[in-house]
Design a protein around this ligand. Structure first.
Ligand code: ADP
Ligand code: MG
Length: 251
């Protein structure tokens, strides 16, 4: 095939947004020649390349949208150190059908026991499997809820949360919140109820949530919705950070 024809095909591919064909046409042609592919095989390879490229792009976009602060994977989680949750349980969760069935997960426990690690690792896997995920700290969430009417960025974040399949709310309980903030939080949890799965991490046990949220009735209403279809992990043990503290000077 002559070069000007190839250029025209590339242009057409671009117009039709067939990125893989646009970028790899030379490879497709050479490969077909080399393997003496049938027309059917040739066409199949081109279309499959296109689908793979689109899937990859969509996944990268979902990952960016999820807003994870750092990458954490299950493979790096030491189940011998943290025995409150088993590898078997986590493997079951990694199948992600709890998201389809709109179950929630709650990880409670003191700092450093792996609550955020597990939440992010599950979120990452969910993104890989095609789910829309949003990760947010509780602080950031409250800020976005409070400023959504005056800030486009906050509005965008709240909208993103509402269109997620899984919302991860990290670190409930580190900072106390006002009555008004607790109300906004309740409204969010109510709206997400049975629409999206929620992962919550908290350093406070449920008995301390009333003090945190300021109102017993509101706290009960929030906990009711969160825990109705939910797996709760009370994570105990030592802080991984403290046990594995690294010293710069002592190497
Ligand atoms: P938490 O959210 O419970 O305060 P993190 O999940 O942030 O704790 O964990 C603190 C640090 O220790 C992170 O760097 C995390 O990757 C690591 N970590 C915690 N638990 C484990 C574990 N069981 N195996 C491997 N790393 C862990
Ligand atoms: Mg944490």
């Amino acid at each position: 095939m002559n070069n000007s024809k190839i250029e025209t095909i590339k242009q057409h591919a671009k117009t039709l947004k067939l990125c893989s064909l646009n970028e790899n046409i030379d490879i497709f042609l050479k490969d077909a020649e080399l393997k003496d592919s049938s027309y059917q095989e040739f066409l199949f390879n081109i279309l499959e390349g296109e689908i793979k490229a689109k899937d990859k792009k969509a996944q990268e976009k979902r990952l960016k949208m999820a807003g994870f602060p750092i990458k954490k994977i299950i493979e790096d989680f030491d189940f011998n150190f943290q025995k409150s949750i088993t590898k078997k349980q986590v493997n079951r969760l990694l199948e992600m059908d709890w998201i389809d069935k709109v179950y929630n997960l709650i990880f409670l426990g003191p700092p450093g026991v792996g609550k955020t690690h597990l939440s992010i690792a599950l979120g990452y896997k969910a993104v890989e499997m095609g789910y829309r995920v949003t990760f947010t700290s509780m602080d950031n969430l409250i800020y976005s809820l409070k400023t959504q009417e005056i800030s486009r960025k906050s509005k965008g974040k709240v909208n993103k949360i509402y269109s997620s399949d899984l919302v991860i709310i990290d670190e409930i309980g580190y900072l106390p919140i006002t009555r008004e903030e607790a109300n906004l939080f309740f409204q969010l949890i109510s709206s997400l109820y049975e629409q999206a799965s929620i992962i919550i991490t908290s350093n406070k046990g449920f008995e301390d949530w009333t003090e945190l949220l300021g109102d017993p009735a509101l706290t009960t209403a929030i906990l009711d919705r969160l825990t109705y279809k939910c797996d709760l992990f009370n994570m105990t043990g030592k802080s991984y950070r403290l046990e594995h503290r690294e010293s710069f000077l002592q190497g």
